[in-house]
Design a protein around this ligand. Sequence first.
Ligand code: ACO
Length: 227
Amino acid sequence: MVPVTSCHSTISYRPIRPSDIEILEQIHGDIFPIRYESEFFQDVAHGRGIVSWAAVDHSRDDGKDDEPIGFITARVVLATESEIVDLLRYDSAESGWSLVYILTLGVVDSYRNHGIASSLILEVIKYASSIPSCRAVYLHVISYNFPAIHLYKKMSFKCIQKLPGFYLIAGQHYDSYLFVYFVKGCQSACSPVELVTAIMRYVRSSFQSITAKLWSNQKKIGWMVQM
Ligand code: ACO
């Protein structure tokens, strides 16, 4: 186990590099119930369509003071190609807006509860805010992950959808929640009429395209290997 004392001021954040692949793969394997393809780690480390930050602890005296002890990975997607397009204001969908989708977030067990994940999320929010076309940061979290759900709520993310059976782990389906953080004053469709319309559109599309939705879920988690 990695020793932790008062690490708060000695943590810094930097992009994930090719030399981090091994430890990154190991931490993902340790903390997620889903295994990721090695292609995912290659894409992260080489910045191929993915932005990332690693948290490192400079106070470590075991020669690993540049080794990631936490990470966040994300990618930019077009609003029109995301599943939350119906939940944004309509002009967002029509004007080439983009979104940042958080793929993975994790902190090594012994470094938790020191604000590291919060800082990593802030890096992503800062990044999203620097993209003129970006309207929101969003992510999926499995419904039983209470620490992460608590964290996203604390960071002002809004839970806007429950997706039944979104994850398939060891042959069993689990629900997920969709959390969104709106940047630059962007809002969800929040007037009463827009809200009702958005809900109706969502309910209608849920009934009409269950098959398409399942296919889409598989595509989104294409980097994951079922266990
Ligand atoms: N000192 C003490 N506690 C602090 C400090 C500080 N300086 N700063 C924040 N905290 C508290 C927070 O307030 C919060 O607790 P609270 O609600 O009681 O206030 C708690 O610490 C958590 O916040 P962080 O410290 O920012 O989060 P942490 O670094 O512990 O990481 C995470 C949280 C990522 C969920 C971690 O538990 C983890 O890696 N879990 C396993 C992987 C996982 O579930 N990842 C998310 C899946 S969803 C996805 O990947 C899209």
